[in-house]
Design a protein around this ligand. Structure first.
Ligand code: HEC
Length: 207
């Protein structure tokens, strides 16, 4: 008899918890004010409250800078996956290279120069010269080394983790690989049609 009562009780608990699960409020779609939306609650008609004088907005952690809720989780998930990859996890497409070039020109070129030889304008004006990406050591260095240098900094170079998110770090790495190839391409490895086009270029001509 005792066992029957216990079974009945656990069934009741299971059923009521199930109901609880259904009634659970979806935090993403809950009734709430979006920033700066109208509200009758406050005299100024604005749901957002003015910041107390002197307050400084600050956020940190993996969710800082993303929207709240599901979208934020997706973005953070992408960042975590990209940060865990040991080699470039993205196919090297023109789109990735263009993104990498744009980010490189913003964040790296001032010191590393447009061609990556370390003779950027900041270095010319007194900041220690970075090594050239075309040095044998850095040509042989794995993708992950470049990713880690951007994330953690290196010697006198400070980290860029707060400005360049993990997917963009890989885009920059892909672009640096393209810069390295631009100075050290093995002509014998070029596809036949590219080789033909190359042979057609006259000395002094650029394409
Ligand atoms: C303010 C100047 C500056 C900027 C901007 C900068 N770097 Fe550097 N970087 C340096 C200097 C200086 C070194 C050499 C540091 C040392 O050896 O102490 C260096 C070193 C490196 C190295 C070589 C590490 C090694 O193994 O020797 C890599 C790779 C690198 N930077 C990548 C980047 C990338 C990618 C960016 C852009 C996201 C970037 N850097 C932005 C100054 C800069």
């Amino acid at each position: 008899m005792k066992r029957v009562a216990a079974t009945l009780l656990s069934c009741c608990v299971a059923v009521s918890l199930g109901g609880c699960e259904k009634a659970k409020q979806d935090m993403y779609d809950q009734p709430k004010y979006k920033p700066l939306s109208r509200s009758e609650l406050f005299a100024d008609g604005n749901s957002s409250r003015p910041l107390p004088q002197g307050s400084v907005p600050y956020s940190q952690g993996p969710f800082a800078g993303t929207s709240s809720g599901r979208k934020g989780t997706d973005e953070v998930g992408k960042d975590i996956a990209a940060a865990a990859a040991q080699a470039n996890p993205y196919p090297v497409t023109m789109q990735l290279l263009l993104r990498g070039r744009q980010r490189y020109q913003i964040y790296c070129m001032p010191c590393h120069s447009a061609v990556g030889d370390g003779d950027g304008l900041i270095a010319r004006r007194g900041f220690p010269h970075p090594p050239s990406y075309h040095d044998e050591r850095l040509r042989q260095a794995p993708d992950r080394h470049f990713f880690d240098v951007v994330t953690n900094g290196y010697g006198v170079m400070y980290p860029y983790a707060d400005r360049v998110d993990p997917p963009d770090r890989w885009a920059i790495v892909a672009y640096i690989r393209a810069l390295q190839l631009s100075q050290h391409a093995d002509v014998s490895k070029l596809p036949a049609d590219v080789l033909e086009r190359l042979k057609a270029i006259k000395p002094g001509e650029t394409q």
